[in-house]
Design a protein around this ligand. Structure first.
Ligand SMILES: [Zn+2]
Ligand SMILES: [Zn+2]
Length: 346
């Protein structure tokens, strides 16, 4: 099913590692809001004892950084919009705090996508589902199609019992991801897929497993998974269940959302272009997982982004500062660092 060409796209970073509510956006193709200026000007808190019409800007309106990613993505075509939640961050309390501070209309979220089974992307999921469903119930006084239909959670079927990494002496386990049963019991409809498919009126495409074609993107070093049946840890460096989300922005091209890029940010970008029926790469948003990469991989990645002629790069989460520096050096004006609490309109 081909992707619908959408007119516009907004991305709200409910969870990301970094916070910078002051720096202006340097890429003229992106409108970025959510900084201190907007938080102050549009504050819901009045300061009636401090001159006529004065607002009080509260520090508690600023989001907090957390190691993970959660993006609320709204795609619009004409008078129709669809909203997808891409990942849910590492902790329920972090997701709840930031979603409340952002005053997001959670009732508009129709589908939750998990990029891959890692706790920094799945940890907030159960609370997010609860809050989205509560918002849908509260908005039933004025029902919309999105508030009436059940919330879908789109997942890769191969959920590991546990994931972690091999430390110098022993395995280090992450907390378990939510189970399929926990997700359904809390009020969502689980949809499992390891194949490319479109969702929400074909506004979004979710990939299957991402082909690994570059020689320099080798997965997660020392990644392991625990197999309960065998009571043993196994090497799991590929993180093969990682999937991307993409949209086709009319007249501009493909916007790719990548969770942690264990598959490689360039493998993800190339795969999105291959799925995109000839549309060029326009933007890549999410974790590039280059924070601990060798310098040669960072350079090869940015060279490949330049060859693909990406117009907007929004690295967040696990990307690390070195790739941002390299993007700014080789592709001036393209970089838009991903910051929690910001809204990006493309
Ligand atoms: Zn990961
Ligand atoms: Zn991650």
């Amino acid at each position: 099913m081909p992707l619908t060409e959408i007119d516009s796209l907004s991305i709200v970073a409910i969870i990301d590692n970094e916070l910078d509510p002051i720096s202006p956006c340097q890429n003229s193709l992106v409108t970025q809001t959510g900084g201190i200026r907007e938080l102050g000007v549009f504050s819901p808190h009045d300061a009636p004892d401090r001159g006529e019409g004065a607002k009080e800007f509260r520090m508690s309106s600023i989001c907090c950084g957390a190691h993970g990613l959660s993006l609320m993505i709204t795609a619009t075509k004409g008078d129709k919009s669809h909203t997808l939640l891409f990942d849910t961050g590492p902790e329920e309390s972090a997701w709840e705090r930031n979603a409340k501070r952002l005053r997001c209309d959670l009732s508009t979220i129709e589908l939750v996508h998990l990029s891959h089974w890692h706790r920094d992307h799945s940890g907030g999921m159960l609370r997010a589902i609860q809050m989205i469903n509560e918002a849908k119930t509260a908005s039933k006084a004025a029902p919309s199609p999105s508030s009436a239909s059940p919330l879908v959670v789109d997942l890769h079927p191969a959920r590991p019992d546990y994931r972690g990494f091999m430390g110098p002496e022993a395995a280090v386990s992450f907390e378990a991801d939510p189970t399929f049963t926990e997700i359904e019991d809390i009020g969502a409809k689980v949809s499992k897929s390891d194949q490319a498919h479109t969702v929400l009126d074909d506004f979004f495409q979710i990939s299957g497993e991402i082909p690994r074609v570059t020689p320099y993107e080798l997965g997660l070093r020392r990644g392991i998974r625990f197999v309960s049946e065998k009571k043993a840890w196994e090497s799991d460096e590929l993180i093969a269940d990682e999937r991307l989300v993409m949209v086709n922005l009319k007249g501009k091209g493909i916007v790719v959302f990548t969770g942690c890029s264990h598959a490689g940010a360039i493998n993800a970008s190339k795969h999105a272009v291959a799925l995109g029926n000839g549309a060029p790469l326009y933007a890549v948003v999410g974790g590039y997982h280059l924070a601990d990469a060798e310098p040669a991989q960072i350079q090869a990645t940015v060279d490949a982004f330049a060859a693909l002629d990406a117009k907007i790069l929004i690295p967040g989460h696990c990307s690390g500062w070195r790739v941002k520096q390299e993007i700014e050096r080789k592709m001036p004006g393209v970089l838009v660092p991903g910051f929690v609490g910001c809204k990006y309109v493309l």
